[in-house]
Design a protein around this ligand. Structure first.
Ligand code: ADP
Length: 353
């Protein structure tokens, strides 16, 4: 049983793995090593690893000589003679065999860049409100007595709104990390769209007091099969954006009905008459920290995480979300399954398994 498990892990490791004897003759390889070299396992076993891999640089001099984390840089020549830059980790087994872990540099560079981008954006997003909070708090401390009461209240108001911005960012980051760790599984229920929209409008009425909001829900629409809290977060974000990214006095429409020719799926549309999303940004809008920098949106506060969270939540509930936009406004269409007796029974079965 244990050997089977090790074999499975070996086969599915993301790195290419080759096990060699002391003379560097290949004893075994995993699936990814076959993929990287384009040779089959049968072709590889018995050949010398040095026919395929050339070590170009010495082990990383920061690491200890016999440290298993030490790595070397090399070049891998595949069956078509194509060369790929690789990082190689090697470690010895008790039987004096050598295990080589191979990973192409392109994948390492990609992972590192995504990590660097994330850290630098989060640091920037944290530093901006912190600088403002510190500046206004310093002024209040050092020159508070010489400020008018009106100025003092204004400065405290700015500090509060920057603290709110930080809180939003931290909450969004926590949601992102939970989503990415797949920690919060949806708790499905039959959710009445009409009731949910009414509750959202109630919570957003203060922000949307200068907009006209029109709701149009198909009479006798069946409930959707969704997680109440997650769906509320999704709709709240869409309506909040529709209000944020459009001028006061314009209209926001919320519509719900069946997807044309599909009575198993419900679509909910949130339409605005706002600034719209330029074509070149449409594909990026659901990715982390994507904000459109234009004179129209510059003054609007946000973290650029809302739509990323929205899409991830919708997909976690087996739904989908798309956007259409022009300079006359945007329309987000969310689709979710109808809460049918079949879906309910299916869920009961899954719970029992
Ligand atoms: P944010 O916190 O910045 O609002 P989102 O992820 O919700 O983050 O949205 C990402 C970006 O997409 C926004 O910064 C904005 O530029 C654009 N956007 C989102 N919704 C709309 C909309 N309804 N109309 C125009 N632009 C929008």
């Amino acid at each position: 049983m244990k050997i089977e498990l090790y074999k499975q892990i070996f086969e599915n490791l993301p790195e290419g793995v080759a096990i060699c004897d002391a003379q560097q003759s290949i004893i075994d390889v995993n699936k990814n090593f076959e993929k990287l070299t384009k040779f089959s396992r049968e072709e590889l076993i018995g050949t010398s690893l040095l026919d395929i891999i050339k070590f170009t640089k010495e082990a990383c001099n920061v690491c200890e000589e016999d440290d298993n984390d030490a790595y070397q840089i090399g070049e891998l020549k595949d069956k078509d003679n194509k060369l790929t830059c690789i990082r190689i980790n090697q470690s010895k087994t008790a039987e004096k065999n050598i295990i080589y872990l191979v990973i192409p540099f392109s994948s390492i560079a990609f992972l590192n860049q995504a990590h660097i981008d994330f850290v630098s954006t989060v640091s920037h997003e944290l530093r901006t409100p912190l600088t403002s909070i510190k500046g206004f708090a310093d002024t209040l401390l050092s020159a508070g007595n010489s400020l008018t009461q009106e100025q003092q209240i204004r400065f405290i108001g700015i500090i509060k709104s920057q603290v709110d911005r930080l809180t939003r960012l931290v909450e969004n980051l926590l949601t992102v990390s939970k989503l990415e760790a797949k920690q919060s599984k949806p708790i499905y229920k039959a959710v009445e769209v009409k009731k949910m929209v009414e509750s959202i409008l109630c919570s957003i009425q203060h922000k949307a007091k200068n907009h006209k909001i029109e709701v149009n829900i198909l009479p006798s629409l069946p409930p959707v099969w969704a997680d109440t809290d997650k769906l509320e977060q999704v709709l709240m974000n869409l309506v909040d954006n529709a209000v944020k990214y459009s001028n006061p006095g314009t209209m926001v429409n919320i519509e719900a009905g069946f997807v044309p020719n599909d009575t198993d799926t419900i679509e909910i549309k949130v339409k605005d008459q706002g600034f719209g999303i330029p074509k070149e940004h449409i594909s990026k809008i659901f990715t982390k920290f994507s904000r459109i920098d234009s004179p129209l949106t510059r003054g609007v506060q946000g973290t650029g995480l809302g739509l990323y969270i929205t899409k991830s939540l919708v997909q976690s509930m087996k739904g989908d979300i798309v956007v259409e936009s022009s300079d006359k406004g945007s329309m987000f269409t969310l689709t979710l399954p109808v809460a049918s007796p079949e879906i309910y029974t299916q869920q009961k079965f899954q719970e029992r398994e």
